[in-house]
Write a protein that binds this ligand. Structure first.
Ligand code: ADP
Ligand code: MG
Length: 268
């Protein structure tokens, strides 16, 4: 590990499921304190990419380094390495039989072996940070989707991660609840958290991301500063995708371009 290590460094990453090659050689880096948004059509491999970064999936080929530690090294202490990553999914995955506070305490207690006093203090501080301090004693079923997702973010933050991974964190939310979650993510970015975010929220990406990566068909088609990739994309595939996302009423305007928009695969 050197002082110059990238927060995330992905080299020639390939992932196949049987005959299906989903990631076909992905290279990119995220620097400390940067926010990188990954955009692209359904089925392009975005979730698989994030799942390879925290080794929920074992890459077929290539290397993943986080904070200079090679996660793809067979000798790495994967539990220790994974502890430094926070992951937030589209579905919130809170324990239904635990209060918000208990949900944020449990991994601190079990994984970090924190005492209950410290775990509770950290949990309360993070629930306050995401704006649901008044919901500590409430069960997930009594919370809106936006509140549940903010509890899930607090749960990840309570583990003191070096890097936060988000996989379409607002896609399951009613439109009026999206803004609250994005605002928490914007605050995190402003506080200097390193973030890798799969999202269809182009306004958020343009405002918050340092760089945007556009994926299609298991490759990175283009990447660059958010303003350039979203505002002035170089590639036709990026333009086609953006025109569909930014104005869904024109989804069928460009015949033969891009991949099928519907039919989301597993985990998408
Ligand atoms: N565990 C799996 N087994 C088999 N195929 C998978 C698995 N996970 C994802 N896929 C396939 O990989 C492709 C990319 O999926 P995914 O990474 O979820 O894309 P995205 O998140 O961009 O929508 C899809 O064709 C999907 O069906
Ligand atoms: Mg996905």
């Amino acid at each position: 590990m050197t002082a110059m290590a990238h927060a995330v460094e992905i080299k020639d990453l390939h992932k196949s499921f049987g005959e299906l090659e989903v990631l076909k050689g992905i290279d990119f880096t995220v620097d400390q304190g940067q926010v990188v948004c990954v955009i692209g059509p359904s089925g392009s491999g975005k979730s698989t990419l994030l799942r390879c970064v925290n080794l929920l999936e074992q890459p077929t080929k290539g290397t993943v380094r986080v904070g200079g530690v090679e996660l793809t090294d067979p000798d790495v202490d994967i539990d220790a390495a994974r502890r430094r990553l926070g992951m937030v999914f589209q579905s919130f995955n809170l324990f239904p039989h635990m209060t918000a506070l208990q949900n944020v305490m449990i991994a601190q207690r079990r994984v970090l072996k924190r005492g209950s006093g410290e775990a509770e203090r950290v949990a309360r501080a993070n629930l306050e940070k995401v704006g649901v301090a008044d919901k500590c004693d409430v069960y997930p079923a009594q919370l809106s989707g936006g509140q549940q997702q903010r509890v899930a973010i607090a749960r990840a933050l309570a583990m003191d991660p070096d890097l936060m991974l988000f996989d379409e964190p607002t896609s399951a939310l009613d439109p009026e609840l999206v803004g609250d979650v994005l605002s928490v993510m914007r605050d995190l970015a402003r506080d200097g958290m390193t973030m890798l975010v799969v999202t269809h929220e182009m306004g958020f990406a343009r405002e918050v991301a340092d760089r945007v990566v556009f994926m299609d068909g298991g490759v990175i088609v283009e990447e660059g500063p958010a303003d350039q990739v979203i505002g002035d994309p170089r590639h036709a595939r990026t333009r086609t995708f953006l025109s569909r996302v930014l104005d869904p009423t024109h989804a069928g305007d460009e015949p033969g371009a891009g991949s099928a928009p519907a039919d989301a695969g597993p985990g998408s």
